[in-house]
Design a protein around this ligand. Structure first.
Ligand code: SF4
Length: 434
């Protein structure tokens, strides 16, 4: 875990934001921010400008007196309101800097709510929603830490039933994705489906945050990982966990391993051939099957593209930035295609202002990361290859495919084309063949 220092325009976001994205990826789940209204508004606003979808996020709405006397009553009222207005299957509560600083004991509050207070206000036990709680003060970590914390919290709350079959694991797969795009989640579904074994993909906001048009407003959009699939996670023969940004002793995969004996496989996000090969090898080991032919063909297509495009990107120099899981995986991919990474900024100790100061002397050919790098690209007059999160200045950021052989191909072409366009735009005379 990194230590944190003062930064200017840091490349990281607030921790409950990551938790809310996980909550939006669970079927009929409503995220509830325990804190001030501004935290929920910021998270909603930030998410909407990337996903271009409505994102309802409830809040316990702290005021001055709440900050002094505690947020217990506000939280109870918020749960009542959410239950009555949304009829959710589950409510995910994420704490904020303020509620954590004043020492609100949310677990104790929830125990009280369930045993006493609820019975007066809310109907019956059968309509009482499930509730899980993620402790996510932003001074403890970034949006990625909040993301992983929420995954741990929901698994700890729901994966409590050991099936009768659990000693004889049945080739079920658990895949806990990192903070990836909606298109990436659809790609993961396609890959997992090709193995013809049951699986749990957690979270799954491929539809809830990238659905179609509606005739009427839907408070709870269709889609998301079902509660049943989360409850089934202890029956799997293995868990694949993308990324390294989480607490090694406290995360969803290690919880399943230590409580139910499900082996944890921690691997990089499958970006680049090497990382994607490792992903498929892990799937093959867990399922006892071979890589489906279709994906061997995609791998071949990617290698062919590497041959076609290497002359445009090999030897180029890049500045890379973003969340730590993305940066780790991307760094491997860039090395694979012959791009030298001058700076790999994961937002912990390097901020945008520092990147810009350093970058001016490094003479990079392009920068790659989210849309927050726009000013650096503009200042240095070099291409910005937009990917990962957040992308606020283009349409379709949440539909960029990064993962697997097809995602790698997409990124590879984006990089080559950005470099070719820059050459074309700055050439003394116009040309059309490269
Ligand atoms: S106060 Fe903390 S939780 Fe609220 S928006 Fe700011 S960083 Fe996020």
């Amino acid at each position: 875990m990194h230590s944190y220092i003062s930064t200017r325009n840091a490349c990281k976001l607030c921790s409950p934001f990551g938790a809310c994205i996980v909550m939006r990826g669970i079927e009929r789940c409503v995220p509830l921010i325990h804190g001030s209204q501004g935290c929920a508004t910021y998270i909603r606003r930030y998410g909407i400008s990337h996903f271009r979808e409505p994102i309802d996020i409830a809040s316990s709405n702290f005021v001055e007196s709440t900050a002094i006397f505690g947020g217990r009553d506000n939280l109870f009222r918020a749960i009542d309101n959410v239950t009555q207005q949304y009829q959710p299957a589950i409510i995910g509560i994420a704490s904020t800097c303020l509620s954590e600083t004043i020492g609100d004991d949310v677990k104790l509050f929830l125990h009280e709510y369930k045993t006493k207070y609820s019975k007066k206000i809310i109907c019956t036990d059968s309509t009482f929603p499930l509730i899980f709680y993620a402790s996510t003060p932003s001074y403890r970590g970034t949006h990625i830490v909040g993301f992983h914390e929420a995954i741990h919290a929901v698994i700890e709350t729901l994966a409590i039933k050991l099936s009768t079959n659990s000693k004889k694991k049945n080739r079920r797969i658990n895949l806990i994705s990192g903070f990836v795009s909606a298109a990436d989640l659809r790609e993961l579904h396609e890959i997992l489906s090709a193995y013809c074994v049951p699986y749990t993909l957690l979270p799954d906001y491929s539809e809830t945050l990238d659905g179609g048009v509606w005739e009427d407003y839907q408070r709870l959009p269709k889609g998301g990982t079902t509660i049943k699939d989360i409850e089934s996670m202890p029956d799997a023969s293995g868990t694949i966990y993308f990324g390294h940004a989480f607490n090694k002793d406290r995360n969803g995969a290690s919880y399943l391993e230590s409580n139910f004996g499900i082996p944890m496989n921690t691997i990089n996000l499958p970006i680049g051939i090497e990382n994607t090969d490792i992903f498929f090898e892990t799937l093959n080991r867990i399922t006892g099957k071979k890589t489906p032919e279709k994906w061997d063909a995609e791998r071949n297509r990617l290698i062919d593209a590497y041959f076609d495009g290497h002359k445009y990107c090999s030897g180029k120099r890049a500045i890379l930035y973003g969340d730590i899981d993305f940066v780790d995986a991307m760094n491997g991919f860039l090395n694979e295609i012959g791009v030298e990474t001058l700076t790999a900024a994961d937002g912990a100790e390097i901020d945008f202002a520092t990147i810009l100061e350093k970058a001016a002397n490094m003479k990079p050919d392009f920068i790659i990361g989210n849309s927050k790098g726009y000013y650096i690209a503009r200042e240095l007059n070099i291409p910005l290859v937009r990917c990962s999160f957040p992308i606020h200045d283009r349409i379709g950021g949440h539909r960029i495919l990064h993962l697997g052989y097809r995602g790698t191909l997409n990124l590879f072409e984006r990089i080559c084309n950005a470099l070719m366009e820059k050459n074309q735009n700055t050439a003394a005379s116009g040309w059309t063949y490269i």
